[in-house]
Design a protein around this ligand. Structure first.
Ligand code: ZN
Length: 57
């Protein structure tokens, strides 16, 4: 199971958290607690098409 993606609101650093912490995750860059959960997004369609093209050779 992949980690949950968070992003720091202070410095913009995105990072993964694999374990739930009671106090919530901290930014590994600035160690700030002002982080927000990023929504899991599916791969964009242009990227899927790119993969299909490159994978068929
Ligand atoms: Zn930060």
């Amino acid at each position: 199971m992949p980690g949950k993606e968070y992003q720091c609101k202070d410095c913009g650093r995105a990072f993964l958290v694999y374990e739930e912490e009671k106090r919530g995750p901290k930014c590994p860059s600035c160690e700030g607690g002002n982080v927000a959960r990023k929504e899991a997004q599916p791969l964009p369609e242009w990227l899927l098409q790119l993969k299909n093209k490159t994978g068929s050779s």
